[in-house]
Write a protein that binds this ligand. Structure first.
Ligand code: ZN
Length: 633
């Protein structure tokens, strides 16, 4: 067992491990020990107390389970580094035992269910427990890691870290309604994936108690907690923004379009069901761009750019309110059912907001991401498939394939059946039929085939699209109207011979009038043409000021630094280190660290830099980057 340093604590980190299909952990889900086929959680009441000093979340859970199989003698829940104090049913103590710990999947908790309880209609279970300071779902930020001077707690459960936050049936196939009470230090604000109670939080000594209710059943990966010194501002009939005082006004200015996006999304996908759509901005160590917790999307504060540069991520997390949060992937092997649909849907929302050409260019951008990921995963073909057929570590499914191959597939299907005018009504029906359920790829396929005439779909090669690694069997045709000026400019750069020493045929104004998405694509196209050479890249920086420009466009800065790395531009290395040390999002970090690793002279310094700074990163980020840097965990 190996340990890595994480904050003031040590965590047991997961190693690479793949098991064959027969080795599903449980009968229902490849990566969950739980047995919802016997006992199905339907209702949960949570009481959490947050202890910043000891970095512990202590909880009392009151579960209600439907008894599906009266013969079953054990209820099995997923846990990971959880300390159980007591388990009871209607006040009567129950026998339980924790199984052996698996590095990736955690520890099954087996609770013996007495005969008399199994004959009831429902089973009530109370669990008193504590998380471990090394809990893989929770990040305990020190005040210096936040914008203000108070500590901050946030969670990231997806895909299988919910089990380290609370004992649960940690599978997206189980959805449970819940209520919650969260007790925090008086000066802090608590949030979770539910509608905040209308009553003001109750004061109790130096503590404050917040209450929530989620009437729509949700899976464990969508459960969350965030506690910090938060201000709030209502910005629309559905939405309140939560952020630390230092950034809230900027967040409000950048994300004020949310109500308009909700309106557009409702027209596309049907009614917004979750009552509120609140937004929370997190400290820079937050490992994702965004996360779609119901009622409260989490966002990296990197998305606050001053020019609405984070709107694509906003559209994405909002679109999850239908795809993922209402219609959910049954297990992580079908992750594209969440992310591919949502990426396709967020581009629909953006297309309705900024015009169809915008969606077309976003799709072209996505195709580049798909190529890049397919190339990176060429030695791990299982992960480069839309449907993963083996049992893998679900953390490894967090790559571009489910997003971009999934979205490209849906775009292709939309074209095949006759375009948006017939595909969008189908999507609305699909959501209506499968909302509040968790489904697999074949159910979508059958739904589509039964909706449209089979001959329309006869040329769709489902087998290759769903089960083959790498690039899709069909290349989508996207409109190039917004792309053309970019490719022309990049072509000129490519063909320019600096040695000619004639006047440099480029000027700052080349980029004038380009939209954010086009600037994003400009960097992507520079990336796509391969090695431009150091001299040209320096010239590009000199003329366009890319170091500065890329600051304001979410997700493009990492690509710019990749380019700097590719041409071995030594002077940019300190900037790259500064960037990777401040950035928490593993997607962006992966790109830059991959480039630094490829650069032999810099490799050692990059590894040293990572080792020195990983204590400020969250579990999943450390895990992903360690893999990129070929570090043992
Ligand atoms: Zn997503």
């Amino acid at each position: 067992m190996l340990h890595i340093h994480f904050g003031n604590n040590y965590v047991v980190a997961a190693a690479e491990e793949s098991v064959s299909k027969e080795d599903w952990l449980g009968k229902t889900d490849p990566s969950s020990y739980s047995n919802p086929e016997d006992f199905l959680a339907t209702q949960l009441h949570i009481k959490w107390e947050v202890d910043f000093e000891n970095k512990i979340l202590s909880g009392v859970l009151s579960y209600e389970f439907d008894i599906i199989n009266k013969e079953a003698t054990y209820l099995i829940l997923d846990t990971r580094d959880i300390e159980i104090n007591k388990i009871a049913s209607n006040g009567k103590g129950l026998l339980y035992k924790l199984g052996e710990k698996n590095k990736i999947f955690g520890t099954p908790l087996k609770i013996e269910i007495p005969n008399e309880s199994r004959n009831e209609k429902a089973l009530t279970i109370e669990i008193e427990y504590k998380t471990d300071p090394n809990c893989s779902a929770l990040a305990w930020m020190e005040p210096h890691q936040t914008s203000g001077n108070k500590p901050f707690l946030f969670s990231q459960n997806q895909p299988i870290h919910g089990r380290s936050m609370y004992p649960c049936q940690d599978t997206p196939s189980v959805k449970t309604a819940f209520t919650a009470e969260i007790i925090v230090p008086k000066e802090l604000v608590a949030l979770t994936s539910a509608v905040p109670s209308q009553d003001a939080p109750k004061e109790a000594g130096d503590k404050r108690v917040y209450k929530f209710e989620q009437k729509i059943p949700i899976p464990s990966y969508l459960m969350c907690i965030a506690v910090g010194d938060l201000q709030s501002k209502k910005i629309g009939s559905h939405s309140t923004i939560y952020a630390e005082q230092e950034i809230i006004e900027k967040a409000v200015a950048d994300f004020s379009d949310v109500e308009q996006l909700i309106e557009i999304a409702e027209k596309l996908f049907g009614k917004y069901e979750w009552e509120v759509y609140n937004l929370l901005f997190l400290p820079r160590a937050y490992p994702m761009s965004g996360m779609e917790h119901p009622c409260i999307s989490f966002f990296s504060q990197e998305l606050i750019t001053g020019n609405k540069g984070g709107i694509d991520v906003l559209a994405h997390e909002l679109a999850h309110s239908w795809f993922g949060n209402l219609v959910t992937n049954r297990d992580w092997n079908h992750f594209w059912m969440n992310e591919g649909f949502t990426r396709f849907a967020d581009r629909k929302i953006l297309g309705r907001t900024y015009g169809e050409e915008y969606r077309q260019l976003e799709s072209i951008f996505g195709w580049s991401v798909l190529k890049y990921e397919a190339e990176n995963l060429r030695n791990e073909p299982e992960l480069a498939k839309l449907v993963v057929d083996k049992v893998v570590d679900p953390d490894r499914c967090l790559n571009g394939i489910p997003y971009e191959k999934g979205s490209a597939f849906l775009y292709y299907l939309e074209q095949t059946v006759g375009g948006a005018s017939v595909f969008e009504p189908f999507l609305r029906e699909y959501i209506k039929k499968y909302r509040h359920q968790s489904i697999e790829s074949h159910q979508f396929k059958e739904e589509l085939i039964s909706h449209f005439a089979p001959e329309i779909l006869r040329n769709v090669d489902w087998e290759i699209w769903l089960h083959s690694p790498g690039m899709p069997p069909v290349t989508n045709n996207y409109s190039r109207t917004l792309l053309d000026p970019i490719t022309k400019l990049v072509k000129r750069w490519k063909e320019w011979v600096p040695e000619d020493r004639t006047e440099v045929p480029f000027k700052k104004e080349d980029l004038d009038g380009l939209r954010n998405i086009q600037l994003k694509q400009f960097v992507q196209e520079l990336f796509n043409v391969g090695d431009l050479g150091l001299e040209k890249l320096k010239k590009i920086e000199e003329i366009y000021g890319m170091h500065e420009r890329t600051r304001n466009i979410a997700d493009i800065r990492a690509r710019w630094f990749q380019l700097c790395g590719k041409v071995r531009w030594l002077e940019t290395v300190p900037l790259m280190f500064e960037y990777v040390n401040a950035e928490g999002r593993f997607g962006a970090l992966k790109r830059v660290y991959r480039e630094l690793y490829e650069w032999e002279e810099i490799r050692e310094a990059a590894i040293k830099n990572f080792n020195e700074n990983k204590k400020y990163k969250m579990f999943v980020t450390v895990k992903v980057i360690s893999k990129v840097l070929r570090l043992e965990l």
